[in-house]
Design a binder for this molecule. Structure first.
Ligand code: AR6
Length: 184
């Protein structure tokens, strides 16, 4: 499903993010930036060692990536041009600043995309796998940040895709998109 708000296409699809042909895909990484399971493992496997080499350089410079922040690397062999690695919060019941930290992930990814003049980006459902964030709440935060980005009207992105791996997440994102369309 796709909607257009303030001239920006926002789309939810069910797909494998490693196959996205966009300016940047987002990785749900961990603070070490050294890879892991889930979408992080899939991106490093498909993209090859160039991504990890860039991650090592970032580690040398700033010692990894804190929760809620984001860094950018090459995408190696992937069809995308860049990978933006962000570190979502581990769900701990919701009183450990998880919503603010998840919001901060999306905000920092969009800021980095603007800084590099990117036109298209694909997000996975950050924190909703191994990190256990409840999917409905995570989808609401993701779409809220993106709606605000579109409303502000001064970013470089023209296409923002939410690449859901599972059907549950796709349904949730479609509901959120319908809600935004009706409100707009
Ligand atoms: N394409 C799109 N989405 C995917 C793919 C894929 N190829 N593979 C998994 N997902 P997770 P987290 C979905 O666990 O919860 C790693 O070990 C998955 O279904 O990848 O942020 C890191 O190194 C889920 O909806 O990330 C961290 O240690 C979403 O991606 C930790 O996991 C996120 O699930 C981060 O946990």
């Amino acid at each position: 499903m796709k909607i257009v708000i303030y001239g920006i296409e926002i789309e939810a699809v069910q797909a494998d993010i490693t196959r996205e042909q966009v300016d940047a895909i987002v990785n749900a990484a961990n603070s070490s930036l050294l890879g892991g399971g889930g979408v992080d493992g899939a991106i490093h496997r498909a993209g090859g060692s160039a991504i990890l080499e860039d991650c090592y350089r970032i580690r040398e410079r700033q010692g990894g990536c804190r929760t809620g922040e984001a860094v950018i690397t090459t995408a190696g062999h992937l069809p995308a041009q860049h990978v933006i690695h962000t570190v979502g919060p581990v769900w701990n019941g919701g009183n450990q600043q998880e919503p603010d930290l998840l919001r901060s992930c999306y905000v920092h990814c969009l800021q980095l995309a603007d800084k590099h003049g990117l036109k298209s980006i694909s997000f996975p459902n950050i924190s909703t796998g191994i990190y256990g964030y409840p999917k409905p709440e995570a989808a609401a935060i993701a779409l809220d940040v993106v709606r605000q980005y579109a409303e502000a009207g001064h970013g470089s992105l023209k296409l923002i895709r939410f690449v859901c791996f599972d059907r549950d997440n796709l349904t949730l994102y479609e509901q959120q998109l319908e809600r935004i369309q009706l409100a707009g």
